[in-house]
Design a protein around this ligand. Sequence first.
Ligand code: FAD
Ligand code: NAD
Length: 404
Amino acid sequence: KKRPTILVLGAGYGGLSTVVNLQKSLGVDDAEIILINKNDYHYESTWLHEAAAGTLKPEQVRYDISRVIKKDKVTFVKAEVQAIDVKAKLVTTSVGQQSYDYLVIGLGFEGETFGIPGLDKYALSIANVNAARQIREHIEYQFATWALEDVKADSRLTIIVGGAGFTGIEFLGELGDRIPELCEEFDVPADKVKVLCVEAAPMVLPGFDPELVEYAVRQLKSKGIEFSIGTPVVEATPEGVKLKKGDDEFEFIEAGTVVWAAGVRGNRLIEETGIENMRARVKVEKDLRAPGYDDVFIVGDCALMINEEINRPYPPTAQIAMQQGDMCANNLIALMKGQPTQTFVPDLKGSIASLGSDDAIGVAFGKKMTGKKASFMKKMVDNRALYLIGGAGLTFKKGKFDIL
Ligand code: FAD
Ligand code: NAD
Protein backbone atom coordinates (compact mmCIF):
# COMPACT_ATOMS: atom_id res chain seq x y z
CA LYS A 1 0.00 0.00 0.00
CA LYS A 2 1.33 3.41 -0.95
CA ARG A 3 2.18 5.75 1.92
CA PRO A 4 0.02 8.89 1.98
CA THR A 5 1.86 12.12 1.19
CA ILE A 6 1.57 14.90 3.80
CA LEU A 7 2.70 18.18 2.29
CA VAL A 8 3.47 21.03 4.71
CA LEU A 9 3.88 24.55 3.30
CA GLY A 10 5.89 27.01 5.40
CA ALA A 11 8.42 26.41 8.17
CA GLY A 12 7.17 29.08 10.58
CA TYR A 13 5.88 28.22 14.05
CA GLY A 14 2.76 26.51 12.71
CA GLY A 15 4.30 24.47 9.88
CA LEU A 16 7.45 23.48 11.73
CA SER A 17 5.66 22.38 14.89
CA THR A 18 3.32 20.28 12.73
CA VAL A 19 6.32 18.55 11.14
CA VAL A 20 8.23 18.07 14.40
CA ASN A 21 5.17 16.49 16.03
CA LEU A 22 4.48 14.27 13.02
CA GLN A 23 8.04 12.97 12.94
CA LYS A 24 7.82 12.12 16.65
CA SER A 25 4.69 10.03 16.23
CA LEU A 26 4.94 8.50 12.77
CA GLY A 27 7.22 5.74 11.55
CA VAL A 28 9.11 5.95 8.24
CA ASP A 29 6.53 3.67 6.58
CA ASP A 30 3.45 5.52 7.84
CA ALA A 31 3.62 8.58 5.61
CA GLU A 32 5.79 10.54 3.22
CA ILE A 33 6.24 13.94 4.87
CA ILE A 34 7.39 16.81 2.66
CA LEU A 35 8.14 20.29 4.00
CA ILE A 36 8.46 23.19 1.56
CA ASN A 37 9.83 26.57 2.68
CA LYS A 38 11.24 29.57 0.84
CA ASN A 39 14.50 29.47 2.80
CA ASP A 40 16.50 26.61 4.26
CA TYR A 41 16.18 28.26 7.65
CA HIS A 42 13.39 29.05 10.10
CA TYR A 43 13.31 32.52 11.61
CA GLU A 44 11.78 33.52 14.91
CA SER A 45 9.13 35.99 13.74
CA THR A 46 8.68 36.99 17.37
CA TRP A 47 12.26 38.34 17.46
CA LEU A 48 12.11 40.28 14.19
CA HIS A 49 11.76 43.68 15.91
CA GLU A 50 15.22 43.06 17.37
CA ALA A 51 16.75 42.25 14.00
CA ALA A 52 14.99 45.30 12.50
CA ALA A 53 16.36 47.69 15.13
CA GLY A 54 19.79 46.06 14.97
CA THR A 55 19.90 44.88 18.58
CA LEU A 56 20.20 41.30 17.31
CA LYS A 57 21.96 40.25 14.12
CA PRO A 58 19.75 38.57 11.48
CA GLU A 59 21.78 35.33 11.93
CA GLN A 60 20.82 35.25 15.61
CA VAL A 61 17.09 35.09 14.89
CA ARG A 62 17.25 32.15 12.50
CA TYR A 63 18.40 28.53 12.44
CA ASP A 64 18.80 25.84 9.80
CA ILE A 65 15.72 23.69 9.29
CA SER A 66 18.03 20.67 8.95
CA ARG A 67 18.80 21.01 12.69
CA VAL A 68 15.25 20.08 13.68
CA ILE A 69 13.99 17.59 11.11
CA LYS A 70 14.72 13.88 10.95
CA LYS A 71 15.96 13.29 7.43
CA ASP A 72 14.77 9.68 7.29
CA LYS A 73 11.21 10.81 7.95
CA VAL A 74 10.92 14.26 6.40
CA THR A 75 11.98 15.51 2.96
CA PHE A 76 12.79 19.20 3.02
CA VAL A 77 12.48 21.18 -0.23
CA LYS A 78 13.77 24.73 -0.43
CA ALA A 79 11.36 26.45 -2.83
CA GLU A 80 8.91 29.28 -3.10
CA VAL A 81 5.28 28.22 -3.23
CA GLN A 82 3.62 29.96 -6.18
CA ALA A 83 0.13 28.48 -6.34
CA ILE A 84 -2.04 26.04 -4.42
CA ASP A 85 -4.68 24.09 -6.35
CA VAL A 86 -6.87 22.48 -3.70
CA LYS A 87 -9.17 20.89 -6.30
CA ALA A 88 -6.38 19.15 -8.24
CA LYS A 89 -4.40 18.59 -4.97
CA LEU A 90 -1.34 20.11 -6.57
CA VAL A 91 1.08 22.76 -5.35
CA THR A 92 3.21 24.72 -7.82
CA THR A 93 6.60 25.92 -6.60
CA SER A 94 9.70 27.56 -8.03
CA VAL A 95 11.26 24.09 -8.44
CA GLY A 96 8.26 22.21 -9.85
CA GLN A 97 4.94 20.72 -8.84
CA GLN A 98 4.06 18.51 -5.89
CA SER A 99 0.87 16.54 -5.34
CA TYR A 100 -0.43 15.51 -1.93
CA ASP A 101 -2.95 13.42 -0.04
CA TYR A 102 -3.02 15.85 2.90
CA LEU A 103 -1.99 19.48 2.82
CA VAL A 104 -1.00 21.75 5.71
CA ILE A 105 -0.83 25.47 4.90
CA GLY A 106 1.37 27.45 7.29
CA LEU A 107 2.52 30.31 5.06
CA GLY A 108 2.26 32.98 7.76
CA PHE A 109 1.56 36.69 7.78
CA GLU A 110 2.17 39.75 5.64
CA GLY A 111 1.95 43.41 6.65
CA GLU A 112 -1.48 44.95 6.08
CA THR A 113 -1.58 48.42 4.52
CA PHE A 114 -5.39 48.72 4.27
CA GLY A 115 -4.96 50.23 0.81
CA ILE A 116 -3.49 53.45 2.30
CA PRO A 117 -1.72 55.15 -0.63
CA GLY A 118 2.07 55.03 -0.74
CA LEU A 119 2.63 52.63 2.15
CA ASP A 120 3.43 49.65 -0.08
CA LYS A 121 6.11 51.65 -1.83
CA TYR A 122 7.57 54.01 0.76
CA ALA A 123 7.23 52.24 4.10
CA LEU A 124 9.26 49.33 5.41
CA SER A 125 7.65 46.37 7.18
CA ILE A 126 8.90 43.96 9.86
CA ALA A 127 7.58 41.04 7.83
CA ASN A 128 10.43 38.53 7.61
CA VAL A 129 14.13 38.27 8.33
CA ASN A 130 15.28 39.98 5.14
CA ALA A 131 12.75 42.79 5.56
CA ALA A 132 14.06 43.27 9.11
CA ARG A 133 17.62 43.40 7.79
CA GLN A 134 16.55 46.06 5.28
CA ILE A 135 15.12 48.25 8.07
CA ARG A 136 18.32 47.98 10.10
CA GLU A 137 20.48 48.84 7.09
CA HIS A 138 18.18 51.64 5.97
CA ILE A 139 18.39 53.38 9.35
CA GLU A 140 22.18 52.98 9.42
CA TYR A 141 22.42 54.40 5.89
CA GLN A 142 20.40 57.47 6.92
CA PHE A 143 22.67 58.08 9.91
CA ALA A 144 25.83 57.59 7.84
CA THR A 145 24.56 59.90 5.08
CA TRP A 146 23.55 62.63 7.52
CA ALA A 147 27.05 62.59 9.00
CA LEU A 148 28.62 63.16 5.56
CA GLU A 149 26.24 65.78 4.19
CA ASP A 150 27.35 69.40 3.88
CA VAL A 151 23.80 70.64 4.03
CA LYS A 152 22.25 68.38 6.59
CA ALA A 153 18.71 67.12 6.11
CA ASP A 154 17.68 66.44 9.70
CA SER A 155 14.56 64.57 8.59
CA ARG A 156 16.92 61.70 7.66
CA LEU A 157 17.15 61.11 11.38
CA THR A 158 13.38 60.95 11.87
CA ILE A 159 11.94 57.46 12.23
CA ILE A 160 8.18 57.06 12.10
CA VAL A 161 6.63 53.88 13.43
CA GLY A 162 3.05 53.41 12.20
CA GLY A 163 0.92 51.49 14.72
CA ALA A 164 1.24 51.11 18.48
CA GLY A 165 0.20 47.47 18.63
CA PHE A 166 2.54 44.88 20.13
CA THR A 167 4.86 44.94 17.12
CA GLY A 168 5.17 48.74 17.07
CA ILE A 169 5.75 48.93 20.83
CA GLU A 170 8.36 46.16 20.87
CA PHE A 171 10.21 47.76 17.95
CA LEU A 172 10.19 51.15 19.72
CA GLY A 173 11.64 49.48 22.80
CA GLU A 174 14.56 48.17 20.74
CA LEU A 175 15.05 51.57 19.07
CA GLY A 176 15.27 53.08 22.55
CA ASP A 177 18.29 50.84 23.17
CA ARG A 178 19.78 51.13 19.71
CA ILE A 179 19.59 54.88 18.94
CA PRO A 180 22.22 55.90 21.54
CA GLU A 181 24.58 53.27 20.03
CA LEU A 182 23.94 54.57 16.51
CA CYS A 183 24.53 58.18 17.61
CA GLU A 184 27.87 57.16 19.07
CA GLU A 185 28.86 55.06 16.06
CA PHE A 186 27.88 57.61 13.38
CA ASP A 187 28.79 60.89 15.18
CA VAL A 188 25.20 62.05 15.35
CA PRO A 189 24.05 64.30 18.23
CA ALA A 190 21.20 62.58 20.07
CA ASP A 191 18.98 65.67 19.99
CA LYS A 192 18.85 65.53 16.18
CA VAL A 193 17.11 62.14 16.22
CA LYS A 194 13.32 61.93 16.38
CA VAL A 195 11.40 58.70 16.86
CA LEU A 196 7.65 59.16 16.55
CA CYS A 197 4.99 56.50 16.93
CA VAL A 198 1.70 57.26 15.20
CA GLU A 199 -1.42 55.41 16.31
CA ALA A 200 -4.94 55.68 14.87
CA ALA A 201 -6.77 54.54 18.01
CA PRO A 202 -7.18 56.88 20.98
CA MET A 203 -4.68 54.83 23.01
CA VAL A 204 -1.43 52.93 22.70
CA LEU A 205 -1.92 49.11 22.66
CA PRO A 206 -5.70 49.41 22.25
CA GLY A 207 -7.54 46.95 24.45
CA PHE A 208 -4.55 46.06 26.65
CA ASP A 209 -4.42 46.63 30.42
CA PRO A 210 -4.41 50.47 30.92
CA GLU A 211 -1.98 50.36 33.86
CA LEU A 212 0.55 48.35 31.85
CA VAL A 213 0.06 50.60 28.83
CA GLU A 214 0.76 53.66 30.97
CA TYR A 215 3.96 52.06 32.25
CA ALA A 216 5.09 51.22 28.70
CA VAL A 217 4.43 54.73 27.41
CA ARG A 218 6.27 56.28 30.37
CA GLN A 219 9.31 54.05 29.85
CA LEU A 220 9.44 54.66 26.11
CA LYS A 221 9.02 58.42 26.54
CA SER A 222 11.90 58.40 29.01
CA LYS A 223 14.03 57.08 26.14
CA GLY A 224 13.00 60.03 23.98
CA ILE A 225 10.24 58.34 21.99
CA GLU A 226 7.27 60.52 21.06
CA PHE A 227 3.67 59.48 20.49
CA SER A 228 0.88 60.87 18.36
CA ILE A 229 -2.36 59.05 19.19
CA GLY A 230 -5.78 59.28 17.59
CA THR A 231 -4.02 60.34 14.39
CA PRO A 232 -4.21 57.73 11.60
CA VAL A 233 -1.64 57.71 8.83
CA VAL A 234 -3.54 58.42 5.61
CA GLU A 235 -0.73 58.56 3.06
CA ALA A 236 2.98 57.91 2.65
CA THR A 237 5.27 59.64 0.15
CA PRO A 238 9.04 59.43 -0.44
CA GLU A 239 9.38 62.38 1.97
CA GLY A 240 7.30 61.13 4.89
CA VAL A 241 3.75 60.54 6.04
CA LYS A 242 0.50 62.46 6.22
CA LEU A 243 -1.51 62.20 9.45
CA LYS A 244 -5.17 62.96 9.93
CA LYS A 245 -5.47 65.21 12.97
CA GLY A 246 -9.11 66.27 12.81
CA ASP A 247 -12.07 66.30 10.45
CA ASP A 248 -10.35 68.46 7.87
CA GLU A 249 -6.97 68.80 9.50
CA PHE A 250 -3.85 67.04 8.32
CA GLU A 251 -0.18 67.20 9.19
CA PHE A 252 2.74 66.11 7.04
CA ILE A 253 5.80 64.79 8.84
CA GLU A 254 9.04 64.44 6.93
CA ALA A 255 10.92 61.26 7.76
CA GLY A 256 13.87 59.36 6.34
CA THR A 257 12.47 56.09 7.68
CA VAL A 258 8.88 54.92 7.94
CA VAL A 259 8.24 51.51 9.46
CA TRP A 260 4.69 50.24 9.04
CA ALA A 261 3.58 48.03 11.93
CA ALA A 262 -0.15 48.66 11.88
CA GLY A 263 -1.47 45.15 11.50
CA VAL A 264 -1.14 41.86 9.66
CA ARG A 265 -3.02 39.70 7.17
CA GLY A 266 -2.56 36.15 5.92
CA ASN A 267 -0.36 35.13 2.99
CA ARG A 268 -1.72 36.42 -0.33
CA LEU A 269 -1.50 32.94 -1.92
CA ILE A 270 -4.54 32.00 0.16
CA GLU A 271 -6.64 34.50 -1.81
CA GLU A 272 -6.04 32.60 -5.04
CA THR A 273 -6.97 29.15 -3.70
CA GLY A 274 -10.72 29.68 -3.98
CA ILE A 275 -11.08 28.85 -0.27
CA GLU A 276 -13.29 31.42 1.42
CA ASN A 277 -11.12 33.91 3.33
CA MET A 278 -10.98 37.30 4.98
CA ARG A 279 -7.79 39.25 4.35
CA ALA A 280 -6.12 35.96 3.38
CA ARG A 281 -7.13 34.27 6.62
CA VAL A 282 -9.41 31.22 6.45
CA LYS A 283 -12.06 30.69 9.10
CA VAL A 284 -11.12 27.09 9.81
CA GLU A 285 -13.32 24.29 11.13
CA LYS A 286 -12.93 23.28 14.79
CA ASP A 287 -10.35 20.63 13.84
CA LEU A 288 -8.31 23.17 11.79
CA ARG A 289 -9.46 21.97 8.37
CA ALA A 290 -10.48 24.38 5.62
CA PRO A 291 -14.24 24.51 5.10
CA GLY A 292 -15.17 22.27 2.19
CA TYR A 293 -11.73 20.64 1.92
CA ASP A 294 -11.35 17.59 4.16
CA ASP A 295 -7.71 17.08 3.23
CA VAL A 296 -6.50 20.66 3.84
CA PHE A 297 -5.42 21.95 7.25
CA ILE A 298 -4.52 25.57 7.90
CA VAL A 299 -2.33 26.63 10.84
CA GLY A 300 -0.89 29.87 12.19
CA ASP A 301 -1.62 33.35 10.88
CA CYS A 302 -3.40 32.07 7.74
CA ALA A 303 -6.04 30.49 10.01
CA LEU A 304 -8.82 32.44 11.67
CA MET A 305 -10.73 31.20 14.71
CA ILE A 306 -13.41 32.99 16.65
CA ASN A 307 -13.14 33.24 20.42
CA GLU A 308 -16.78 32.56 21.20
CA GLU A 309 -16.57 34.11 24.68
CA ILE A 310 -16.07 37.56 23.18
CA ASN A 311 -17.24 36.82 19.62
CA ARG A 312 -13.99 38.14 18.14
CA PRO A 313 -11.15 36.37 16.35
CA TYR A 314 -8.25 35.10 18.39
CA PRO A 315 -5.20 37.28 17.66
CA PRO A 316 -2.67 35.84 15.23
CA THR A 317 0.16 34.78 17.56
CA ALA A 318 3.07 32.37 17.66
CA GLN A 319 1.63 30.95 20.85
CA ILE A 320 -1.52 29.81 19.02
CA ALA A 321 0.37 28.82 15.82
CA MET A 322 2.50 26.33 17.78
CA GLN A 323 -0.47 24.85 19.61
CA GLN A 324 -2.22 24.48 16.26
CA GLY A 325 0.84 22.67 14.91
CA ASP A 326 0.52 20.10 17.72
CA MET A 327 -3.18 19.62 17.12
CA CYS A 328 -2.81 19.50 13.35
CA ALA A 329 -0.29 16.65 13.66
CA ASN A 330 -2.66 14.75 16.00
CA ASN A 331 -5.60 15.26 13.67
CA LEU A 332 -3.62 14.16 10.61
CA ILE A 333 -2.69 10.96 12.40
CA ALA A 334 -6.32 10.43 13.46
CA LEU A 335 -7.50 10.87 9.86
CA MET A 336 -4.96 8.37 8.56
CA LYS A 337 -6.16 5.84 11.13
CA GLY A 338 -9.81 6.52 10.28
CA GLN A 339 -10.42 7.94 13.76
CA PRO A 340 -12.36 11.13 14.61
CA THR A 341 -10.46 14.43 14.72
CA GLN A 342 -10.34 16.65 17.82
CA THR A 343 -11.43 20.24 18.40
CA PHE A 344 -8.67 22.81 18.76
CA VAL A 345 -9.02 25.05 21.81
CA PRO A 346 -6.25 27.61 22.36
CA ASP A 347 -4.65 27.49 25.80
CA LEU A 348 -3.77 31.16 26.28
CA LYS A 349 -1.05 31.65 28.85
CA GLY A 350 -0.89 35.43 28.57
CA SER A 351 1.08 37.95 26.58
CA ILE A 352 4.25 39.88 27.24
CA ALA A 353 5.70 42.75 25.20
CA SER A 354 9.38 43.61 25.52
CA LEU A 355 10.46 47.24 25.91
CA GLY A 356 14.12 46.77 25.05
CA SER A 357 16.65 44.36 26.48
CA ASP A 358 15.76 44.53 30.17
CA ASP A 359 12.25 45.90 30.42
CA ALA A 360 8.80 44.58 29.45
CA ILE A 361 5.12 44.58 30.34
CA GLY A 362 2.75 41.67 30.39
CA VAL A 363 0.17 39.41 31.87
CA ALA A 364 1.23 35.80 32.41
CA PHE A 365 -0.81 33.13 34.17
CA GLY A 366 -3.25 35.85 35.20
CA LYS A 367 -0.58 38.06 36.83
CA LYS A 368 0.44 41.53 35.70
CA MET A 369 4.14 42.25 35.59
CA THR A 370 6.57 44.96 34.49
CA GLY A 371 10.31 45.66 34.36
CA LYS A 372 13.07 43.09 34.76
CA LYS A 373 10.70 40.41 35.98
CA ALA A 374 8.55 40.73 32.87
CA SER A 375 11.66 40.89 30.69
CA PHE A 376 12.91 37.65 32.25
CA MET A 377 9.56 35.98 31.54
CA LYS A 378 9.64 37.18 27.92
CA LYS A 379 13.07 35.62 27.40
CA MET A 380 11.83 32.38 28.96
CA VAL A 381 8.90 32.39 26.52
CA ASP A 382 11.32 33.01 23.63
CA ASN A 383 13.51 30.12 24.80
CA ARG A 384 10.49 27.86 25.23
CA ALA A 385 9.58 28.25 21.55
CA LEU A 386 13.08 27.03 20.63
CA TYR A 387 12.81 24.17 23.09
CA LEU A 388 9.42 22.96 21.83
CA ILE A 389 10.65 22.74 18.25
CA GLY A 390 14.34 21.90 18.58
CA GLY A 391 14.88 20.60 22.12
CA ALA A 392 17.63 21.50 24.59
CA GLY A 393 20.47 21.58 22.04
CA LEU A 394 18.87 24.28 19.92
CA THR A 395 17.80 26.24 23.01
CA PHE A 396 21.37 26.38 24.33
CA LYS A 397 22.72 27.38 20.94
CA LYS A 398 20.17 30.07 20.04
CA GLY A 399 18.45 30.94 23.33
CA LYS A 400 18.49 34.16 25.32
CA PHE A 401 20.59 33.69 28.44
CA ASP A 402 21.61 37.29 29.07
CA ILE A 403 18.88 37.14 31.67
CA LEU A 404 19.33 39.52 34.65
P1 FAD B 1 5.37 32.67 10.05
O1 FAD B 1 6.11 32.71 11.31
O2 FAD B 1 5.09 33.94 9.32
O3 FAD B 1 6.12 31.67 9.06
C1 FAD B 1 5.72 31.50 7.73
C2 FAD B 1 6.80 30.73 6.99
O4 FAD B 1 6.37 30.51 5.65
C3 FAD B 1 8.13 31.47 6.90
O5 FAD B 1 9.18 30.58 7.18
C4 FAD B 1 8.18 31.96 5.45
O6 FAD B 1 9.50 32.06 4.97
C5 FAD B 1 7.40 30.86 4.75
N1 FAD B 1 6.80 31.32 3.51
C6 FAD B 1 6.01 32.42 3.32
N2 FAD B 1 5.62 32.50 2.04
C7 FAD B 1 6.17 31.44 1.40
C8 FAD B 1 6.12 30.98 0.05
N3 FAD B 1 5.42 31.61 -0.90
N4 FAD B 1 6.80 29.85 -0.25
C9 FAD B 1 7.51 29.19 0.69
N5 FAD B 1 7.57 29.58 1.96
C10 FAD B 1 6.93 30.69 2.32
N6 FAD B 1 3.40 36.15 18.77
C11 FAD B 1 3.46 35.67 20.03
O7 FAD B 1 2.73 34.74 20.37
N7 FAD B 1 4.35 36.18 20.94
C12 FAD B 1 5.21 37.18 20.63
O8 FAD B 1 6.00 37.61 21.46
C13 FAD B 1 5.17 37.71 19.30
N8 FAD B 1 6.03 38.68 18.93
C14 FAD B 1 6.02 39.14 17.64
C15 FAD B 1 6.94 40.12 17.29
C16 FAD B 1 6.96 40.62 16.00
C17 FAD B 1 7.98 41.67 15.62
C18 FAD B 1 6.02 40.14 15.04
C19 FAD B 1 6.05 40.66 13.64
C20 FAD B 1 5.10 39.16 15.38
C21 FAD B 1 5.08 38.66 16.70
N9 FAD B 1 4.17 37.67 17.09
C22 FAD B 1 4.22 37.16 18.38
C23 FAD B 1 3.24 37.07 16.12
C24 FAD B 1 3.88 35.80 15.52
O9 FAD B 1 5.17 36.08 15.05
C25 FAD B 1 3.03 35.20 14.39
O10 FAD B 1 1.73 34.97 14.88
C26 FAD B 1 3.65 33.88 13.93
O11 FAD B 1 4.91 34.11 13.35
C27 FAD B 1 2.76 33.13 12.95
O12 FAD B 1 3.36 31.91 12.66
P2 FAD B 1 3.12 31.16 11.28
O13 FAD B 1 3.72 29.81 11.41
O14 FAD B 1 1.72 31.28 10.87
O15 FAD B 1 3.94 32.01 10.20
P1 NAD C 1 -2.06 44.92 15.68
O1 NAD C 1 -3.18 44.79 14.73
O2 NAD C 1 -2.13 44.26 16.98
O3 NAD C 1 -1.78 46.49 15.96
C1 NAD C 1 -1.78 47.43 14.93
C2 NAD C 1 -1.98 48.84 15.47
O4 NAD C 1 -1.93 49.75 14.38
C3 NAD C 1 -3.33 49.03 16.15
O5 NAD C 1 -3.12 49.65 17.40
C4 NAD C 1 -4.09 49.93 15.17
O6 NAD C 1 -5.00 50.80 15.80
C5 NAD C 1 -2.96 50.71 14.50
N1 NAD C 1 -3.33 51.26 13.19
C6 NAD C 1 -4.09 50.66 12.22
N2 NAD C 1 -4.21 51.49 11.15
C7 NAD C 1 -3.50 52.60 11.42
C8 NAD C 1 -3.22 53.80 10.71
N3 NAD C 1 -3.71 54.02 9.49
N4 NAD C 1 -2.44 54.74 11.29
C9 NAD C 1 -1.93 54.54 12.52
N5 NAD C 1 -2.15 53.42 13.25
C10 NAD C 1 -2.92 52.46 12.71
O7 NAD C 1 -0.76 44.45 14.85
P2 NAD C 1 0.69 44.02 15.33
O8 NAD C 1 1.17 44.87 16.43
O9 NAD C 1 1.49 43.91 14.10
O10 NAD C 1 0.47 42.57 15.90
C11 NAD C 1 0.07 41.49 15.04
C12 NAD C 1 -0.16 40.24 15.84
O11 NAD C 1 1.05 39.75 16.39
C13 NAD C 1 -1.09 40.47 17.03
O12 NAD C 1 -1.89 39.33 17.18
C14 NAD C 1 -0.17 40.59 18.20
O13 NAD C 1 -0.77 40.17 19.41
C15 NAD C 1 0.96 39.66 17.80
N6 NAD C 1 2.20 40.13 18.43
C16 NAD C 1 2.44 39.71 19.71
C17 NAD C 1 3.56 40.16 20.36
C18 NAD C 1 3.84 39.69 21.77
O14 NAD C 1 3.07 38.88 22.30
N7 NAD C 1 4.88 40.15 22.42
C19 NAD C 1 4.45 41.03 19.72
C20 NAD C 1 4.16 41.45 18.42
C21 NAD C 1 3.01 40.99 17.79
